[in-house]
Design a protein around this ligand. Sequence first.
Ligand code: PGA
Length: 254
Amino acid sequence: MPSARNKIITGNWKMHKTIAEAKDFVRQLIPLLTPDSYTTWLAVPFTIIHSLSQDVQSTHLIIGAQNMNDASEGAFTGEIAGKMLKDAGAQFVLLGHSERRRLYHEDDAFINRKIKRAIEVGLRPVLCIGETTQEREEGQTEEVVKRQLQQCLEGIEPQFLTSLVIAYEPVWAIGTGKNASPEEVQMVHQFCRNILKEQMSAEQADQIPIQYGGSVNASNAYQFLSQPDINGLLVGGASLSLESFIKIVNDKRD
Ligand code: PGA
């Protein structure tokens, strides 16, 4: 199991913040982080990656992106390549976020190609998975996350998956104020880890961080982080305000 100390809290800023707003946020955040803070990552808009990654040099903050294309380069107007993100200073990239799947019709095969490309260029892939309301109501949660994990990781040798992070985000919990209970999330995470164990050794699967995301805030974050298989959080709305985000990354009670 990844150790408690290394639990990763990722702020997903989605399509929010200008360069000036982002720099101001990080300038205030850095002095509030302590050696006891959780590992803190920020998934920021493309325009912000370069200047923020310079601002966080010699701090423990890690900057990443929210999406990328699967091709290495080419005639794909409006798209961005993994190597461009890496060049701008990104260290990780969210892939397969439910907003990408739902609004831009990304499927598991496309996400699989993106993961392969991210690994090739040296970006840590954060694979987002999770069931919709309907799938949950029909009792398909396990089937859906199993299919997403298997198809998104298909054909990738275990030795290339050491940098992988999984984010389980039930779609019905994102931005809605509704969460799954920490116990329910723990069960899904344990199930996901068992699926990973079919693809790699148990030791390796135990090292892959599995984050939870979906209406996490300063009041509920700790309950999730207390579960053994919840190795971090992907935080949307509550990462936009410094006040709530700092409470989450500094909320270590053990
Ligand atoms: P939320 O978003 O915390 O606002 O629910 C999470 C996400 O979409 O990653």
